[in-house]
Design a protein around this ligand. Structure first.
Ligand code: PMV
Length: 315
């Protein structure tokens, strides 16, 4: 039997970093996906095939023995195999069209798709259980995760976090995503923000309050289809991200250029590299190539409404 699951990438529209410290956030799943296929083998190993390489280790190995990029998969395999001693091997294959390490939630989507795919070989789990399992798996590489990324990958659509309330998206604007092509490390950026907080608890707490207030205003703007306010709130959010120092010259230049033709733009995800998002009207989309340096990639994202999906095939 083969178990196949896929999960979407995500963008954070509002609230990255502050969400790790308990504020609200607004996220959306987008139309890029990772697919994870799992199957039993008789090899007495756990084998993981991915774009990052292949790992094959004895079935008795613990996840701590694996290189960090493989740990979530071995953790999930360990967890399921321990609940069913009759298993004599597992092969897990990851195929992804989500760029890695650029703030589009590739690691969370992998954890969700892997949790759904591997668990389905053993027992039926609800989406909520798959989400909890995936967050535990992601914590093997990133202990401070807010869980917001995994949550939107699970349920799809646009959501407010942590309430998981769906936000209906009626505005007719392009969500332009531009990749700075500078890879980032979420763990390092989150640690940097922790240091900012330690150095200035008062200002950080003010910024958290400002972020929560901004998100309340965004929800109202979205309900009223007020795209001008929505765009200006993105730019306001960017100021908070600048203040906690997760921006850099490359990102700032991209944002400043995109501001010429968009209603607002900001970093999405951990920053220090990765992607920026901009709200762009249709008639301005053809101006984008001239505004971005030639080495940057960009695309217009559609919101994914499916979230994680999974099924099995008898062989
Ligand atoms: O850049 P990404 O996709 O790893 O997003 C990280 C978002 C943070 O808010 C910085 C961390 C988190 O766990 O929410």
């Amino acid at each position: 039997m083969k178990s196949i699951a896929s999960a979407p990438a995500k963008i954070i529209l509002f609230g990255e970093h502050f969400v790790v410290h308990g504020t609200k956030a607004i996220l959306a799943a987008i139309d890029k996906r990772v697919t994870v296929t799992s199957t039993f083998t008789n090899d007495n190993t756990i084998k993981v095939n991915s774009q990052l390489g292949t790992l094959e280790i004895p079935i008795s190995s613990s996840y701590e023995e694996a290189k960090s990029e493989f740990r979530p998969f071995i953790f999930l395999a360990n967890k399921m195999i321990n609940s069913n001693q009759n298993v004599s091997g597992l092969e897990i294959t990851i195929d992804s069209d989500i760029p890695i390490g650029v703030g589009l939630g590739s690691s969370s989507a992998c954890c969700i798709a892997a949790a759904a795919s591997i668990s389905e070989l053993f027992k039926k789990l609800s989406s909520e259980k798959i989400l909890n399992l995936a967050i535990e798996a992601e914590k093997t590489i990133f202990p401070d995760t807010s869980g917001a990324d995994c949550t939107v990958c699970t349920y799809g659509g646009m959501i407010e976090y942590p309430s998981i309330e769906k936000i209906s998206n009626t505005f007719d604007l392009n969500l332009l995503i531009a990749n700075s092509m500078i890879p980032h490390n979420t763990k390092n950026s989150v640690e940097k923000v922790n240091k900012f907080k330690e150095n200035d608890e008062d200002r950080f707490s003010q910024l958290c309050n400002l972020e929560n207030r901004l998100i309340d205003e965004v929800i109202i703007a979205m309900k009223n289809n007020d795209t001008t306010t929505l765009g200006s709130k993105m730019s306001e959010n960017q100021k908070y991200l600048e203040e906690i120092q997760v921006s850099n010259n490359t990102l700032r230049n991209m944002i400043n250029s995109l501001n010429e033709i968009s209603l607002g733009s900001k970093i999405t995800g951990a920053g220090d590299g990765g992607c920026v998002i901009a709200l762009v009207e249709d008639e301005n989309m053809d101006k984008v190539p001239a505004l971005l340096p030639k080495d940057k990639e960009y695309f217009s994202a559609k919101i994914d409404t499916k979230g994680v999906v999974w099924s099995t095939i008898e062989e």
